[in-house]
Ligand binder design. Structure first.
Ligand code: HSE
Length: 300
């Protein structure tokens, strides 16, 4: 049996729409083995009540794709998913499924594909690589897809940054959240984001974290999505009032992430007191960056 671990990911990071993302220390696990009978799919944890347990399952479809690209039929397989990443919340659960399926099948077949090839295949499905790149390579990632290639950089993040992850009890489909975005934007809004996403990348890689707040400013997506996320402004204010270095909508939402100083031990206590009093439908989990990305934990 092969077991793969894939991290949650958080895309956009404010200004870097479809381009920036980070891997976080929250994981899904995919186990796979060949069996002689018909395919068996078992889902445990997040999504176990509603994710399909038949051959329309996204992970299964990705396993199949890898086999077919090698000119093979998967035959009967047993797939077990242990899900800790909340589904449809802006934490890259779809990417984790795609990458988990690809890595598991690739390992079972003796690794015919490189990580870069698996990334291209994942971007082909998702249409953008801001979750898939960190899910595969870990750390803070920049990605720009061109015709036959995903151009990317993955840079490890020190533990002096933590990611205060605010997850609400409601879902937001990426499709619905993307449909709220305008087809055209003003030149000045594009310029606003270009400078900031460059500043954010340089700030995170150089460790000049004092720039993060400005660098997370965005005019391309967050405001358009706010109407789907009751409590978004309050969470932003709550984070900034408690010394967050920056706050942004994670991916297409509805999760919100406050970046905090890794040595700040009072943030969680103060913020949780407010959530318990006024915003009980938001749950706070403080995560670190995952710098490994997807890993095959071994065949056994
Ligand atoms: N960049 C994507 C978006 C992430 O904001 O729609 C969600 O997949």
């Amino acid at each position: 049996m092969i077991r793969v671990r894939v991290p949650a990911t958080s895309a956009n990071m404010g200004s870097g729409f479809d381009s920036l993302g980070i891997a976080l220390t929250l994981y899904n696990y995919v186990s796979i083995e060949k069996i002689s009978g018909p395919t068996e799919i078992k889902i445990m944890g997040e999504g176990e009540d509603f994710l399909p347990g038949d051959e329309s399952n996204l992970i299964y479809k990705c396993v199949r794709k890898v086999f077919e690209k090698c000119g093979k039929e998967p035959g009967g397989i047993r797939l077990v998913m242990e899900n800790n990443i909340p589904v449809t919340r802006g934490l890259g659960s779809s990417s984790a499924s795609i990458v988990g399926g690809f890595f598991a099948a690739n390992a079972l077949l003796g690794e015919p594909f490189s990580k870069e090839e698996l990334l291209s295949m994942a971007v082909e499905i998702e249409g953008h690589g801001d979750n898939a790149t960190p899910a595969i390579f870990g750390g803070f990632c920049v990605n720009v897809p061109t015709k036959n290639k995903i151009n990317y950089i993955s840079s490890p993040i020190k533990d002096n940054l933590k990611f205060a992850t605010f997850i609400p009890d409601f879902f937001l489909q990426t499709k619905k959240s993307r449909a709220a975005l305008p087809e055209k934007v003003l030149h000045k809004d594009a310029v606003f984001n270009v400078g900031r996403s460059a500043l954010l990348t340089a700030s995170i890689i150089s460790g000049k974290y004092e720039n993060i707040r400005v660098a997370m400013g965005d005019k391309l997506h967050q405001d358009y999505r706010k109407r789907f996320i009751p409590g978004m402004s309050e969470i932003f204010d709550l984070c900034y009032n408690n010394k967050a270095l920056g706050v942004y909508l994670s991916g297409a939402g509805p999760t919100i992430i406050g970046i905090i100083d890794g040595n700040d031990n009072s943030f969680s206590m103060k913020v949780e007191a407010v959530l318990n009093k006024k915003m009980k439908n938001w749950q706070l989990t403080v995560l670190s960056a995952d710098n490994e990305g997807a890993v095959v934990l071994g065949g056994f």
